[in-house]
Design a protein around this ligand. Sequence first.
Ligand code: 6R9
Length: 698
Amino acid sequence: MPEVDVQSQEIHHQDQHSEVFNPPAHISERAWVKSYNEYKNNYDASMDEQFYAGIAREFHWEKPFTQILDYNFSRKKGRVFVEWFKDGTTNVAYNCLDRNLNANRGDKIAFFYEGNEPTETNSITYKQLHEQVVDFSSVLRNMGVRRGHCVAIYMPMVVEIVVAMLACARIGAIHSVVFGGFSAESLANRILDSQARVLITTDGVFRGPKPVELKKCCDDACRIVNQQLTAGYNGIEKMVVYQRLGAEHLKLKEWVDGRDIWWHDAIKQIDRTIAPPAVEWMNAEDPLFMLYTSGSTGKPKGLVHTTGGYMVTAATTFKYVFDYHDQDIYFCTADCGWITGHTYLCYGPLLNGATSVLFEGIPTYPDESRCWRMIDRYNVTQFYTAPTAIRALMRFGDDKVTQTSTRNTLRILGSVGEPINPEAWMWYHRVVGNSNCAIVDTYWQTETGGIMITSQPGAVPTKPGSASVPFYGVVPAVMRKKSDQSEDLVLDNTDEQFKQDEFYEESQVEAEGYLVIKRPWPGLARTIYGDHGRYEETYFSMFDGYYATGDGCRRDKDGYYWLTGRIDDVLNVSGHRIGTAEVESALVGHKSIAEAAVVPMPHEIKGQGIYAYVTTKEGIVGDEALRAQLKSTVRVALGPIATPDVIHFTPSLPKTRSGKIMRRILRKIAEGLDSVSQLGDVSTLADPSVVDMLLKNK
Ligand code: 6R9
């Protein structure tokens, strides 16, 4: 990787936004890593596996590891596997809590909590959090949860979601957090896949002015689960309900005696005469949690993260990327239903003994200045959010930020979830950061466990729109097509078979193509729960010997990476991954629909919106009423985030002679291209007149 000329404020190639921002001096001075050279030296050192072994040894290991890394990324050579610190034993919850108590952080605040209403505030110290986790681990143990069992969690952002996650980790149970905005059906599918017997939820929650009935959703999910039981699996046997609202807000419509129990009652029932369950010492490669994410096919994948490697990646990336120091107050707006909430709200901060702000509400309630006021209220030093939130808040104007807060304590502003457009980047920098903060655009995935590509705030100059350079131990590469007409990177399912030998790894610094990673870093997910074949197929079959991210990218002359978006059938709506196949299958579930094809469309706030082409069954007219029904069908099946923005009725879909839908054409029409000449090659269509029809019906 070439040196970046940190003196120059301009870069000389054809970038639209060519400004380079050097790390502010006041940040570099106190940062863990103070210069590009220092970053580069560390990066070079991280090419040796001893680098992460050294970091791993800073944590408590009940039995020290003697092996560092063993792996195979090549299917041609056999089973794909990755093992870090394999013969060691440790416990992540112990390292998050007990280790901090031992380091005299017992009275340090772990979380400042702010509820949906700004008046609902609270805080919890490391000691108190530890007590709650130990108690809740007793509750789980009393319900028969043992090492290796899976526990499902469906909760809003209350402190108890972290308690539940850590209590699982403490006794070696695998948590599976399902985002509280997912539908009952999605929750049921995830429960069935993981065979969880215990489900933890809340009665409900207010999201802004709107009540959300989580317990009801769990009841519905359990009904769906109960219709699909298999030998040896009896569905949810225990549901623990944390009381967030109480009876005055929501009448619980259903209460199954013997199955359902209030969280506070379960705590009361703990037998204090017997010792709480001891910390379960886990092998480094034992699962810590699983988390579902959408892929190109209909069924969500339960990515499995293991103990030792994930712990090391979460802790290290948090420390360096947010330049976390002991007195800092860190605020991440992510929900624990997503990987960002796992790594950068729960595990990363706690492993560093950090103080964080945990926020239940939404950035626009009671008004659009909520987050900025919170930054002042808690003296936040690092703020981490998503481009979709930045764009949404930007729309309300600078005054909403500048007239309500000073944000003087801020040092670092993070972005995650999708590429951040330079306009939003500049606003974040200038308005939120008073032109005095470092921005870290962090590229990573559910699969990667932690941040992969980013700038370190005190060390690496930033270019708006580029995630910049790889983190320690991460070796990205760009795969390029030999016959590079570089038309469209996005894979089309009409590409008969993806032909590996048409690709090569670009050795030049400047390159454009598929982003892959060449060797394992500790936090990589090790498998898909119950389906290792699918794991190998999804991530290691495209390019033998490489982990395929599913993203396209460009690498500039300075070695900076510019992510260009997914190259598979995955949408990124407000930073959330949604498989086109999931939406399509929900749409064709409606009795009036024959076929559906879903593609992304540009969306000002969400980044990508959902554009659905549907054909109706014989004799059925596509009208406004049907449109509304279809939207609601998808909402019920998958949850509100998957609701299509546009439903386009068409008599037929563009198909090849072999009957495959040509999504390339549909994507271009959704992007607003409206003449046949702009749509590329349509000669392989079985019936080219379909295109005219699609354009006419727009
Ligand atoms: C952490 C997270 C992963 C997908 C990923 C990519 C996109 C995330 C990004 C980014 C450009 C960034 N993505 N961060 N693209 N710049 N800084 O979001 O995980 O929900 O699994 O999504 O999100 O397309 O492949 P996940």
